[in-house]
Write a protein that binds this ligand. Structure first.
Ligand SMILES: *Cc1c(COP(=O)(O)O)cnc(C)c1O
Length: 384
C-alpha cells in the first residue's frame, strides 16, 4: 500500500522550477527600495498587455478589486442591474453589490458550468447596464452569444477571468450547440478571455493559473477612457497626486508581486498545457465510470479546476472516501451566490445551479501532477 497523500493543489513543484529566477527578482526589488509602484509594476502591465493583445493593463491589489474597479470604470453604480452567473465564487456578485448595483442571476448551462446565454435575455430590464460572465474553472463562457445580446441591448460586458488567465475563446463550447461557431464574427475566435468584452478582470491569488505569492489582480481593456478611470480609482481617485477627483481605493499591486509575476508569465502557456494534459488523462481514465459526468475538453479551456459531476446524491460520500484515502478534493461551489445568507430571501432558487451545487467535485490538479497520481485518484473513484 502506498499511502502518500495527494493534496487538491501543490504549488511546490512549480516553485522548484523557477526558484532561482524568483529569488533573483525578489532580491532586485529589495535592493531597489521601491516597494510601491516600482518599475516592475509598469513592466508587468506591459508584459500582460502584450501577451493578451490588449491596449491597457492596470495592475491592482486583487481580483475582487479588479472587478469593483472595472465596474466603476464602466460607470456602473447605484440603481443599475448587472446580469451574472449564480455559480461562482462570491467575489463576483459581491463586487456588483459593493458598487451599489444589483446582481441579477441567470442560470447556468449544466455542461459548461457557465452562464447560459439563453437565460440572459429574460433577465434584461430597463435598469440592466452590463453582463458579467465568469469563465468558470478556466473554460471560456459563450462569449459569441453574450456579445450579441450585449450589442443588441446596448449593454457593457465585464469578464471575470479570475480562473481563466490564458484561456482562449474558440466558440466551440457545448452551451452554444455550435451556435457561436455559425454566428460569431470570426474576429472573436482565438481571442483570450478578458479581451472580448469591455473589461477583463484577473486575479493573481496564489492558487490561480498565474498566481502571485500574495494578493494581486489586473484590469484589462481596449478603451482609453475606461483605462484612465481605472488607473485613477486604483490610487484614491487621483490622476495627479494630492488632486483627488473621485472616491477611489488603495489598490496597488505590490512591486514584489509584480516582479514575481513577471518571472512566471513566460511559463504560463506551458503550465496551462500541463493542466490540459492532466484533464485529458482524467477524462480518459474516468471514461467508463458510471454515475459521474466528466468535464468537456473544450478548446481553449485552461482547467483551473478539473470538476466532475457525481450523480444520484453520491457526491459527499465520494468526497469523504477520497479524503479517508488521503486524496484532497473541493466543492466549488456548494451554495450558488443567489442563495448565500447575504442575499437571503431575495432570489428564487434556480434549478441547474442548485442541482450542480450538490453534484460538483473538483479533483487534484496542477501542471506537474503525475500520471501515477492521477491514476491513483481515478482508481479510487472507480472503486467506490
Ligand atoms: C478568485 C476569484 C475571484 C477573486 O479574486 P481575488 O484575487 O481573491 O480577490 C473572483 N472571481 C472568481 C471566479 C474567483 O475564482
Amino acid at each position: 500500500m502506498n499511502n502518500m497523500k495527494i493534496p487538491v493543489l501543490d504549488l511546490r513543484p512549480q516553485y522548484e522550477q523557477i526558484k532561482d529566477e524568483v529569488q533573483e527578482a525578489i532580491q532586485r526589488v529589495l535592493e531597489s527600495g521601491q516597494f510601491i509602484m516600482g518599475p516592475d509594476v509598469k513592466l508587468f502591465e506591459e508584459d500582460v498587455a502584450a501577451y493578451l493583445g490588449v491596449k491597457h493593463a492596470i495592475a491592482v491589489n486583487s481580483g475582487t478589486d479588479a472587478l469593483v474597479i472595472g465596474l466603476r470604470a464602466l460607470g456602473i453604480g447605484e440603481g443599475d442591474e448587472v446580469i451574472t452567473t449564480p455559480f461562482s465564487f462570491f467575489a463576483t456578485a459581491e463586487s456588483i453589490s459593493n458598487v451599489g448595483a444589483k446582481p441579477v442571476f441567470a442560470d447556468i448551462d449544466p455542461r459548461s458550468f457557465n452562464i447560459d446565454p439563453k437565460e440572459i435575455k429574460g433577465k434584461i430590464t430597463p435598469r440592466t447596464k452590463a453582463i458579467m460572465p465568469v469563465h468558470l474553472y478556466g473554460q471560456p463562457a459563450a462569449m459569441g452569444q453574450i456579445m450579441e445580446i450585449a450589442q443588441e441591448h446596448g449593454l457593457k460586458t465585464i469578464e471575470d477571468c479570475a480562473q481563466s488567465f490564458g484561456a482562449r475563446y474558440w466558440g466551440t463550447c457545448s452551451s452554444c450547440d455550435g451556435h457561436c461557431q455559425e454566428t460569431t464574427r470570426a474576429s472573436l475566435r482565438g481571442k483570450f478571455t478578458g479581451t472580448i468584452g469591455d473589461v477583463g478582470a484577473y486575479s493573481f491569488f496564489p492558487s490561480k493559473n498565474l498566481g502571485a505569492y500574495g494578493d494581486g489582480g489586473m484590469v484589462v481593456t481596449n478603451d482609453d477612457h475606461v483605462a484612465e478611470v481605472a488607473r485613477m480609482l486604483r490610487v484614491h481617485g487621483a490622476k495627479k497626486k494630492y488632486h483627488n477627483e473621485v472616491l477611489g481605493y488603495n489598490s496597488r499591486l505590490d512591486t514584489l508581486q509584480a516582479a514575481i509575476l513577471r518571472v512566471k508569465l513566460p511559463y504560463l502557456e506551458q503550465w496551462n498545457e500541463g493542466r490540459r494534459r492532466v484533464a485529458k488523462t482524467y477524462n480518459e481514465l474516468l471514461a467508463d465510470v458510471v454515475g459521474i459526468i466528466n468535464p468537456e475538453l473544450a478548446d481553449g479551456h485552461v482547467f483551473h479546476q478539473y470538476t466532475i459531476r457525481v450523480l444520484n446524491g453520491k457526491r459527499d460520500k465520494v468526497q469523504k472516501y477520497l479524503g479517508e484515502q488521503g486524496i484532497g478534493s473541493m466543492i466549488y461551489y456548494p451554495v450558488p451566490q443567489d442563495q448565500l445568507p447575504v442575499y437571503q430571501g431575495q432570489y428564487p432558487k434556480m434549478p441547474v445551479s442548485n442541482l450542480l451545487g450538490t453534484e460538483v467535485l473538483s479533483l487534484p490538479i496542477w501542471p506537474e501532477l503525475s500520471y501515477q497520481n492521477i491514476e491513483k485518484v481515478t482508481n479510487l473513484i472507480q472503486k467506490i
